[in-house]
Design a protein around this ligand. Structure first.
Ligand code: NAP
Length: 473
């Protein structure tokens, strides 16, 4: 069995305490993982603080080369990386391969972005008193970036923090989710081989309340970049003091389907949006608002296609749906389905658990206050609602604590543009599901879905300080 060590200051360090990591699907122990204490966390922060100067001294082409080498190394070991994701997260192997391919892209974007970090010249003579002065801005590394990541995209969401942080010349203390540390440790190994200066990346595994808290509260850390649940994110913001904070949080993302849409043409895409990675995607399709003209046909076809998804072992390439991340999450999903049933909602398909796997579940007639509607389900559950106008649907979509992304299928240009204007979310996908994401687009939410944007260029902005230089001629 694999016994991991902490990655601090460019060295593998034996930890004082270890915990067993189990596969969420089979329950077998797959590794022993360090559970760092305060002292070990502080050593990682000290190493990142020390390494700031060597990282900031790297030229843009050197930072880009390190990231390019990393992308190539992941590509070479993509099967191994995908297997790690299948083991630690029960991510179906085919979905895991897709995550690895996206991770390669994310680091390539970071390599490219490293080469175009620049400021602008400012026409100071636009103000009386500003004559005869030359002014320009530069973007400098922010310093130590504390990165805290969730379990659902363990490789690519780490890439969305480590990639831009290196591109911008920062150092990093990374705390991956306790359930998914193996893929993070792989990145430490590959970045070391790629020539990253010692101490520029440090990985400390352990509990959120010990390791995470320390990173959030330490004054040597200049920025916290967090992806995870709103509950934890809001707590982090309140403890982070004057640090810069970006929060990528949860959602109950919605899709609107207008009259006149070719239903057959969108079913498979909608099923992917709702059930990919067991619904454990922050922009998973959870709420569907369908025009009454197409409601019956959409519901029947969607439920039928969902019921056909192949359930099983995440390591089997044919598997499309596997176990949720923990038994607790399985129990929670089932409680929420039962609550909906008892309140008179109809479970059209699914609503059962077999061999630890929650079947893809489609619910109708669920009112807006039920947990399956108003909270983030993070499980293979989708709720379909009937509306008589898209205007009505806009209001229902906006009636949410969250606002990450929304999608609308419509043939009507006016309706599409109304959706773009009226939906209160970070991104509106017209004629696609809310689950669409490629890794260089600006990505993030409003309301309890977070603050700040990722997508390498946007994350680099968050991870740099703007400095002004004025020359009196
Ligand atoms: P989580 O429970 O909030 O955990 C996220 C990370 O925070 C983990 O590393 C966790 O450590 C750590 N943590 C826990 N308590 C902490 C504390 N007090 N201080 C500092 N760190 C702490 O979320 P999750 O269950 O892993 O992930 C699911 C959530 O992430 C969903 O809400 C999903 O929507 C959201 N998400 C959002 C995006 C986005 O881009 N908007 C993307 C993916 C996921 P432990 O693992 O040790 O508890």
């Amino acid at each position: 069995m694999d016994r991991k060590k902490l990655w601090i200051g460019g060295q593998w360090i034996e930890a004082k305490k270890y915990v067993q990591l189990r596969s969420p699907y089979s329950g077998e122990v797959i590794a022993e993982i360090p559970s760092a204490d305060l002292e070990e966390t502080e050593a990682a922060i000290a190493a990142a603080y020390e390494a700031r100067a060597s990282m900031a001294a790297l030229h843009a082409h050197e930072r880009a080369t390190i990231l390019e080498r990393l992308a190539l190394a992941i590509e070479k070991r993509s099967d191994e990386a995908a297997r790690l994701l299948a083991f630690e997260a029960a991510k179906p192997f085919t979905t895991a391969k897709a995550e690895v391919a996206r991770t390669v892209q994310t680091y390539k974007f970071a390599a490219e972005e490293a080469k175009r970090i620049h400021g602008e010249t400012i026409p100071l003579d636009a103000a009386p008193g500003g004559e005869n002065k030359l002014a320009y801005t530069v973007r400098e590394p922010i310093g130590v970036v504390g990165a805290i990541t969730p379990f659902n995209f363990p490789l690519n969401l780490v890439a969305h923090k480590v990639g831009p942080a290196i591109a911008a010349g920062n150092t990093i203390v990374l705390k991956p989710a306790s359930q998914t540390p193996l893929s993070a440790y792989l990145i430490a190994e590959l970045l070391d081989e790629a020539g990253l200066p010692s101490g520029a990346l440090n990985i400390v595994t352990g509990s959120g309340s010990v390791v995470g808290n320390r990173i959030v509260e330490d004054n040597r850390v200049s920025m916290i970049t967090f992806t995870g649940s709103p509950e934890v994110g809001i707590g982090i913001r309140s403890r982070a003091g004057l640090k810069r904070v970006t929060l990528e949080l949860g959602s109950n993302s919605a899709l609107l389907i207008d009259r006149g849409v070719d239903i057959d043409g969108i079913i498979n895409r909608c099923v992917t949006g709702a059930f990919s990675n067991q619904g454990q995607v922050c922009i998973s399709l959870q709420r569907i608002y369908t025009h009454e003209d197409v409601y019956d046909r959409f519901t029947a076809k969607f439920a039928e296609a969902a019921g056909r998804l192949k359930q099983g072992d995440p390591l089997d390439p044919a598997t499309e749906l596997s176990a949720l991340i923990s038994e607790g999450d399985t129990a929670r999903a089932m409680e929420w389905i039962d609550e909906a049933r008892e309140a008179g909602a109809t479970v059209v398909t699914g609503g059962t658990v077999q061999n630890g796997i929650v079947a893809p579940t489609v619910i109708t007639n669920a009112y807006a206050e039920l947990k399956v509607s108003c909270q983030e389900v993070f499980a293979p559950i989708a709720v379909i609602n009937k509306v008589s106008t898209m205007e009505e649907a806009f209001e229902l979509v906006n009636n949410s604590r969250y606002g990450l992304q929304a999608g609308i299928y419509t043939e009507n240009l006016r309706t599409a543009l109304d959706a773009a204007g009226k939906l209160h979310v970070g991104g509106v996908m017209i004629n696609d599901i809310p689950t669409f994401r490629v890794d260089h687009m600006p990505y993030g939410g409003v309301k309890e879905s977070g603050i700040g944007r990722e997508g390498i260029k946007y994350a680099v902005e968050e991870m740099t300080e703007l400095k002004l230089v004025v020359i009196n001629r």
